[in-house]
Ligand binder design. Structure first.
Ligand code: CMC
Length: 434
């Protein structure tokens, strides 16, 4: 096989010669000058397919939602820098921005907030649904099952009007579902949503209030939760978002696609890492805070231990979300009286890792999950709810990608190919001859 590029910078192509066949493939350039080879004609022209386990080199779509430059540590939603959004925006505004593409006007945001606020209730029959699930179930599969079950309550076909209603329902009901999954696990009555509260305050109220007494949401807790939701709102073609797109590519119902995304997020290599980070820090604390010993295990190729909350497929620099969260950690812990011990261990781990040849040469830095768990813990969020908070935050991103995929003129069902490595044709052996 021989390859060569042709043409000037703006109109390059890539020629591929394989045996007696040849194809000229166009290069596709993004708005930040990222370049990809469009291989759509490759197989038809040459019989070749590409092989890329883990998709490290494969662009699955064109997208205008989120831009990441992993080498520079840049993350932007619709062109806006994450640090600026974290400082100046709020989660419902970010949801609108991601889903509809522009920052909302005041009127648009007021109407959207009103709509979301008025769709937070779950159908009363959901109480029986939760009752059917074991109390000690992890809240992530409970949430995935409940979101999937929304499709049984809202059965209308996906018209544009219906899609809008589904988007509002998902954003509105996710905090209610999350809080119910927690209340179910501790045997407390579900708290109804309160329309007088903002999005994040309403969630905190449903989590921690009981019908027995008044509960006032601490503005610091409300702001911290809102900020965490903003930081998690989208991250382009990650595992769960790609899952939502792939399931959606069969034109499955939106609730079903989001349920699949929640399931994908649960894994410890993805959103589930925030829970694993706290478990790791607590384990180190029990072992007298020996960060160096843990780092040695994480480096040992004969040991499966990983430094959780470290490393990223895309970031080869400090994750900009972790940067915001690290700053926030000290502030929250100081005000809420959380565990300084865990923060101290985390900072020691970071210091050791960032000066260690193993982590330096592999460009492994703290990711979003490294500090988020410490903040959740200081805010009183139970450990097994951390990933649920991630899912709540990721909701507008999943929805935005699902919509973008549906409206893409190049839309086709997602169907990768494979290189088959099994047996070649062989004859069936009757059971007595095996
Ligand atoms: N601790 C120790 N070694 C690591 C770690 C880690 N956390 N992460 C990567 N490595 C090593 C890995 O062993 C490999 O070494 P070698 O080249 O000698 O084989 C090298 O670094 C490259 O790792 P990889 O597994 O090929 O990288 P990947 O891009 O496939 O995986 C990752 C990315 C995030 C799954 C991985 O870094 C990891 O497992 N991190 C810990 C889990 C975690 O924090 N996940 C949250 C990700 S951010 C939230 C989100 O999902 O969006």
């Amino acid at each position: 096989m021989a390859t060569q590029t042709m043409g000037d910078k703006q109109s390059s192509t890539l020629d591929i010669h394989y045996q007696d066949k040849q194809v000229t493939l166009p290069l596709v350039r993004g708005s930040e000058d990222e370049v990809g080879v469009d291989i759509q004609k490759l197989r038809q022209a040459t019989g070749l397919i590409t092989l890329d386990p883990g998709y490290g080199n494969t662009g699955s779509c064109k997208s205008s939602i989120t831009y990441i430059d992993g080498d520079q540590g840049i993350l932007r939603y619709r062109g806006y820098d994450i640090a600026e959004l974290a400082e100046r925006s709020n989660f419902l505004e970010i949801s609108w921005l991601l889903v509809f593409g522009e920052l909302p006007t005041k009127k648009q945001l007021d109407e959207f907030s009103h709509e979301v606020t008025r769709h937070t209730l779950l159908h009363e029959d959901f109480k029986r649904f939760f009752d059917a699930l074991p109390k000690d179930a992890h809240p992530m599969p409970v949430c995935a099952a409940t979101v999937g079950a929304l499709a049984t309550y809202y059965q209308e076909p996906d018209s544009e009007k219906q899609i809008h209603s589904s988007i509002v329902r998902l954003l509105a009901k996710m905090p209610t579902i999350a809080a119910c999954s927690y209340k179910h696990s501790i045997g407390q009555p579900f708290m109804y949503p309160r329309n007088s509260l903002g999005y994040s305050a309403n969630f905190v109220h449903m989590m921690f209030a009981t019908p027995c007494e008044e509960y006032h949401v601490d503005p610091l807790v409300e702001r911290a939760i809102d900020l965490l939701l903003i930081l998690h709102a989208d991250h382009e073609q990650n595992c769960s978002t790609s899952t939502v797109r792939l399931v959606g590519s069969s034109q499955a119902n939106l609730f079903a696609c989001i349920s699949a995304g929640i399931s994908a997020l649960w894994g410890p290599l993805h959103g589930g890492a925030n829970q694993k980070v706290i478990e790791m820090l607590e384990q180190i604390a029990r072992e007298e805070g020996n960060a160096d010993r843990f780092i040695a295990k994480a480096k040992d190729k004969n040991d499966t231990t990983r430094l959780m909350g470290f490393g990223h497929r895309v970031y080869k620099n400090y994750d900009p979300r972790a940067m915001v969260l690290k700053r926030m950690c000290g502030e929250v812990i100081q005000k809420m009286g959380g565990s300084n011990k865990l923060l101290d261990i985390a900072m020691r781990l970071e210091e050791v890792a960032l000066n260690d040849e193993y982590f330096i040469s592999r460009k492994l830095y703290p990711n979003v999950d490294f500090y988020s768990g410490i903040i959740y813990k200081a805010l009183g969020i139970p450990t097994n709810m951390f990933t649920v908070l991630f899912a709540m935050g990721r909701m507008p991103g999943w929805i935005a990608h699902w919509l973008e995929m549906r409206r893409d003129p190049d839309f086709r069902i997602g169907r990768p190919r494979q290189i088959y490595t099994g047996s070649t044709r062989r004859a069936y052996l009757p059971i007595e001859k095996r």
